[in-house]
Design a protein around this ligand. Sequence first.
Ligand code: T1G
Length: 690
Amino acid sequence: MSNFVSVARDSDVAIVTIDNPPVNALSFHVREPLMHALAALRDDASVGAIVVACAGRTFVAGADITEFGKPVQQPELRAVIGTLETIAKPTVAAIHGTALGGGLELALGCHFRVADADARLGLPEVKLGLLPGGGGTVRLPRLVGAIKALRMIVSGALVGADEAHEAGLVDAVFESNVITHAVNFAREIARKGGPFTPVRDRDDEIKKTELAAFDAGAADLARKARGLDAPIACAQAVRNTVTMSFEEALAAERALFMKLVADDQSRAQRHLFFAEREAAKVPGKDLVRRRIARVGVVGAGTMGGGIAMAFVNGGFPVTLLETSQEVLQRGLGMIDKNYAVSVSRGSLTEDAKRQRLAQFKGSTDYSDLADCDLIIEAVFEDMAVKKEVFGKLDAMAKPGAILATNTSYLDIDEIAASISRPQDVLGLHFFSPANVMKLLEIVRADKTAPDALATVVDLARRIGKVAVVVGVCHGFVGNRMLAARGSESEALLLEGATPSQIDKAFTDFGWPMGPFQMGDLAGLDIGWRNRKARGQTAVIADMLCEQGRFGQKTGRGFYLYENGSRMPVRDPQVEALIRGKAAEKGIAPREISAEEIIERTHYPLINEGAKILEEGIAARASDIDVIWVNGYGFPIGKGGPMFWAGLEGATGIVQRLEYWHQRTGKDVFKPVRLLKRMAETGSWEAGARP
Ligand code: T1G
């Protein structure tokens, strides 16, 4: 056979094993020998049944994503599955770890599927801007019904082995030794005798579909697609399965797949798939990680409470410290309330809530942090206050404990220099709400020890965060770039655009919401306090805050929020205030297009990103994309600001920046060297080379 596919025999049962580490992707060098093996076993009369299994930590986790966008090498996955379906003797897929995408499609080509109790199954192609291209949209509905298949394929969500069994996707679940059980299962089935019906010929489930209910469900899911094509195509493909013959629906799936795989949206989402994995690669792969068993959090406010929950949800006991019992109880009360919301939504059981709350130890005494291996400070954003806290931590934390600050702006080198163990200090910049937002900006300070850094990068994955390592500068990567975008949003208001006009340009671009609605959601007072602390101003936002317009929390900000609703309503008063401020500054209002809004807010973002790369604050352009997509809601279909620069065309971006620089004289528009190089070379990496 080949290094990637082997065949073993257990008397009359043949076991075909795929071995293509790390996740048994169905690369060309797997598909070819697999196809040959299956055809040979089909025609081998001494073989009574066939088991398809995988070596290593998982069943097949999909087609090989690195092959997309390249010329297709035969045999394709569909041909391999087609061969599988020509086999009359029973075929059984033995699933452990994950069976995803093309991997589940391969299993759907078998007559039967048995799974390990911990296995997870799904068709997550939509998360890559694709749809299942190996017959998943045509075969899955034949097992689980069209409605269930629609939900699984449009969301890309995975199901556990028990849920898959209940849904009819797998035929048996075993606690362990799934391959051994699969062999016995196959032999037993063969003994009982056929015929064995391929999934492709099972129509009963899809015949039960009520098209009206299906269409209502599909319409509901389409509303959440936010300009992404793949979810819509997924729903269409599953609907085809209900209304067309198997062959027609399979051909339609193919056409939809070929269109999506060539599309920028999928290229962007595939870029993000690999970018997230690259971001987690920090120097010192072989360094011994520090042991983290217990975590301490100083400050039980919104950020501190969220951070503590993130660690408890990740399986760590947490000591939560506050200045007084009263403030501590308020913080613990908020945590309890947050879990209660999850219970009411059905995403957490009452029992699990109790278990998690038991992991919190509240305290007002610093010495209770002495047994913590990692301590995260999340107190008021003031340098003097932070230094005082780090001074106390320096005095009582155990040797080797990692001391982290959650500051989103302040100079971590200055904090580190204020204590005796700067090598143990780094930044862990969570995003609010910290128990929900995926991004974790890990800030490497000048003296941070490599093993401390590597330890927290690994830790981030264990608490379900996407980690990106950045250097120390004002606002690090995300907030520094946000400032470049923010200043232009304000300028556009003074020049004649309205908050809703700017927000609409953003949502049309693909953002979940625009900057002004986002400001109202987060609370305008937070930025206002920070600006005041740093002696900075934002003309319009400051004016609104001086009038108590903090956003949703006060029922009015850039918009009105009537009767506690979260729905923004245009506020003519705000627009009049802005016009008044503009007149004061002698700025005459003018018509402003959506195109200008996007140019003037997004091109400076990219330019600032290029500056950050030049300074080495970020290691890769793709790291910046991961930060903006996971921390600020940059549209995934555009791959992040730095990837989008490639789609948009860097030459045009440089020209438009130079135009606005000349017109306004503002530095945010002055294109930096690396951006110009990117325009010349076509890539950030090539642009960075001398
Ligand atoms: N193709 C190529 N490389 C892959 C891969 C894949 N499908 N999946 C993972 N890798 C690489 C990954 O880049 C990393 O590489 C290493 O494997 C370990 O991954 C026709 C269209 C399985 C849950 O979307 O979700 O099938 O960085 O760090 O955290 O319908 O990987 O070490 O060099 O993520 O343990 C559909 C994608 C494909 C699943 C394991 N399948 N993979 O997570 O490890 S499209 C997916 C995952 C498709 C067909 C279609 C996860 C995982 P490196 P990792 P992990």
